[in-house]
Design a protein around this ligand. Structure first.
Ligand SMILES: Cc1cc2nc3c(=O)[nH]c(=O)nc-3n(C[C@H](O)[C@H](O)[C@H](O)COP(=O)(O)OP(=O)(O)OC[C@H]3O[C@@H](n4cnc5c(N)ncnc54)[C@H](O)[C@@H]3O)c2cc1C
Length: 408
């Protein structure tokens, strides 16, 4: 069976890519090892995703954002990054950059469901469920996927959207930098006594970080990072004990806590592919860049990368070129690297500082946070990216008005 494009993995990246290329009039074969029910009605996986404004616009353009119940979307009005328990905070106030919020929080399963519904409504996408891809073979003119049951499908281009541990990436011989942080992240929703005022908090600590993602009402997604041993201990607690053990870690910020959602543990591994393409193949989503969740950028980079790849493929297709056109794939790879590499590196360095408790590391992390607070342009540039404010508008707001020239 022949398709223009073969997409391996129907997570957020694979679904978004399939929907966008289907809109170009292309015939898409989308393969996932999960069942149809698993994809159509994804279970709550405990992840609450901070969606940047740019990603929201891409989802809106696809018709996916409109499919999310607005009561399940919570705005982030400000953010504070704290160095351990010290009173100092790096404060992100979007108003200073001319925006009313930094982004929105939505549960991952609702994002997946919305994107699935969009993809499922496109007649030129054929979805194969319970379809484990076991091999991808590529020639100068075609890409062919083989499923576990032996069936094969051929197209002009294959897309690997098959998680950060991508087998397709590995089989294509694309190397990846992998960083096992040796830590586990526990996520879960909690109701609390005090209001969060829609402020997100990030506490960097040597013994494991914490984050508070504000949801509607007096509820937040509480994210905690531990070494594997502590994570096992915290996961084994009942809800009441877990809430009591979490309260002091927040230093009374939210008052009394009560678990309202299920708790899920994620081992932390960061991945950065050395290349995002090969002959007849492109990597998207976590298969290209698997971020540490602390910066809340994995999904955002995924959907923005997909948007960029589709734009380059569209240009090639319009010019009558083959979809496996190397120049288009190179251009995507170049753009996506420029978007992702600085933050990936910064996250690696920051997490390195917070897993080393030497005196120089303590000084360095204080200097990093204080420095970032002083360097207003750096902070504003970060905010502008989250809130999707054009840099020109931001600069115009910051620059003093031009001097009045005397009239002659
Ligand atoms: C705790 C946590 C919190 C996070 N918070 C944020 C946040 O706030 N903001 C943010 O931007 N990001 C966040 N992320 C990251 C975000 O969740 C991921 O980046 C995103 O889900 C990756 O999407 P994906 O489509 O690339 O991969 P996945 O969602 O992993 O989907 C991959 C799909 O491929 C399928 N598959 C794999 N191999 C095969 C195969 N061989 N054959 C067929 N199918 C296959 C799988 O079944 C799966 O459906 C967070 C992550 C975690 C763990």
């Amino acid at each position: 069976m022949y398709f223009d494009i073969l997409v391996i993995g129907a997570g957020p990246a694979g679904l978004a890519f399939s929907a966008m290329t289907a809109d170009m009039g292309l015939k898409v074969g989308l393969f996932d090892r999960q069942s149809k029910d698993g994809l159509a009605k994804p279970k709550n996986d405990g992840r609450d995703i901070a969606v940047s404004e740019r990603s929201r616009k891409i989802m809106y353009g696809l018709g996916a954002w409109q499919k999310i119940d607005p009561t399940q979307i919570s705005p982030i009005r400000a953010a504070k990054v704290m160095d351990g328990d010290a009173p100092f905070a790096l404060h992100f106030n979007p108003e200073s950059a001319g925006a009313d919020k930094l982004g929105n929080i939505v549960s991952n399963h609702l994002i997946r469901r919305a994107l699935y519904n969009v993809a499922a409504s496109k007649p030129n996408i054929t979805l194969f469920t319970d379809a484990q891809v076991t091999a991808l073979t590529r020639t100068a003119s075609t890409a062919t996927v083989r499923l576990e049951d032996g069936s094969t499908f051929t197209g002009q281009l294959a897309i690997a959207a098959d998680t950060r541990f991508s087998q397709i990436r590995r089989d294509a011989g694309i190397k990846a930098n992998m960083h096992d942080f040796g830590q586990t992240m526990i996520v879960g929703r909690m109701a609390h006594e005090k209001p969060h005022n829609h402020t997100a908090y990030e506490f960097f600590r040597y013994d494991g970080g914490m984050a508070v993602l504000p949801l509607n009402g007096n509820t937040s997604s509480i994210v905690q990072t531990f070494c594997a041993e502590d994570a096992a201990r915290f996961m084994a607690m009942n809800n009441a004990d877990y809430a009591r053990a979490t309260e002091p870690r927040l230093k009374g910020l939210l008052g009394e806590l009560e678990c309202t959602g299920k708790r899920v543990a994620y081992p932390l591994v960061g991945v950065y592919a050395r290349e995002f393409y090969a002959e007849r193949l492109a990597l998207v989503g976590d298969a290209a860049v698997g971020m540490h969740p602390v910066t809340a950028h994995g999904f955002n980079f995924g959907i923005q990368g997909v948007d960029s790849l589709v734009k380059h493929l569209y240009r090639a297709h319009k010019a009558g070129l083959d979809l496996g056109n190397m120049k288009a794939l190179q251009a995507y790879s170049h753009d996506h690297r420029r978007l992702t590499w600085p933050l990936y590196q910064m996250t690696e360095k920051m997490m390195g500082l917070y897993t080393t408790n030497t005196f120089p590391a303590r000084i360095a992390r204080k200097a990093a946070l204080h420095g970032a607070n002083i360097m207003v342009p750096v902070k504003d540039a970060l905010m502008a990216r989250l809130a999707d404010i054009p840099v020109g508008k931001l600069l115009a707001k910051k620059l003093p008005p031009p001097p009045r020239l005397p009239r002659f």
